[in-house]
Write a protein that binds this ligand. Structure first.
Ligand code: SF4
Length: 230
């Protein structure tokens, strides 16, 4: 199989068969996450799906996660930061999500994910090439500096593909979508978007940051970028 041109379903089938219990997926449980979670529930329903609970999510995101878990029968694992909010504030100030965003994301997102991924050889992510300029360069099989294989089965999907899939399969969307929240992360760092084609325009608005860091291995330089499938 030529993995770069394989369908999302084929990539999931290959990944779950090749790695067995040694693979997990990650999800932020927003509207764009729904097609991949739906396909996981069909192709490999026991696959662990990691949700990073930063402690700063909208309550609606936590409710949506619970709704999708019940609806799809997902096997969700929750990753949490090693320090609590009190310690975060002691170290980085009262509003670290405005003044120390990179540190806040590292403590609350990147480190907890890395820790949970210690238990796996590979992980599946729902990133798409049309989301950011950095993501445009990603391959489907992405060997990371850590030695973990990151598998990106949604790369070729467009934003329109996502909405079409949700509509075709009558799947739910995040409860805050009608208010203009096209892409949703932590509450302090997400704004509604109106009159923009960029679904991530509301993330870290007014800041040149456009990634929390969990997908930034690309910029660190890797030993190997592409992996062959036999
Ligand atoms: S998205 Fe914002 S609140 Fe969430 S971890 Fe990053 S800086 Fe902190």
């Amino acid at each position: 199989m030529e993995i770069e041109s394989a369908s999302t379903k084929e990539i999931l089938q290959w990944a779950c068969s090749a790695f067995g219990k040694n693979i997990a997926a990650t999800s932020s449980f927003q509207s764009q996450s729904v097609p991949l979670l739906h396909l996981i529930s069909i192709v490999c329903p026991k696959l662990p799906v990691v949700f990073i609970d930063t402690g700063f999510h909208f309550p609606e995101t936590l409710a949506f996660k619970n709704d999708l878990q019940a609806r799809f029968g997902l096997n969700i694992l929750v990753a949490r930061p090693a320090i609590d909010k009190k310690e975060l504030i002691r170290r980085y100030g009262a509003e670290p999500y405005y003044t120390r965003t990179d540190d806040c994301c590292r403590i609350n997102k990147v480190d907890p994910l890395q820790q949970i991924l210690e238990n796996y050889a590979a992980w599946i992510s729902g990133v798409r090439r049309d989301q950011t300029t950095t993501r445009r360069k990603l391959p489907v099989l992405d060997m990371q500096e850590s030695g973990k294989l990151k598998i990106n089965p949604m790369l070729h999907w467009t934003s329109q593909d996502v909405w079409d899939y949700i509509k075709r399969h009558r799947l739910p969307t995040h409860p805050l979508l009608p208010q203009g929240y096209l892409s949703i992360g932590c509450a302090p760092c997400t704004q509604p978007v109106h009159n923009s084609n960029d679904e991530r325009a509301g993330r870290w608005m007014g800041n040149d940051k456009d990634e929390c860091g969990i997908h930034l291995d690309l910029e660190k330089g890797r030993k190997s970028r592409r992996v062959k499938v036999s």
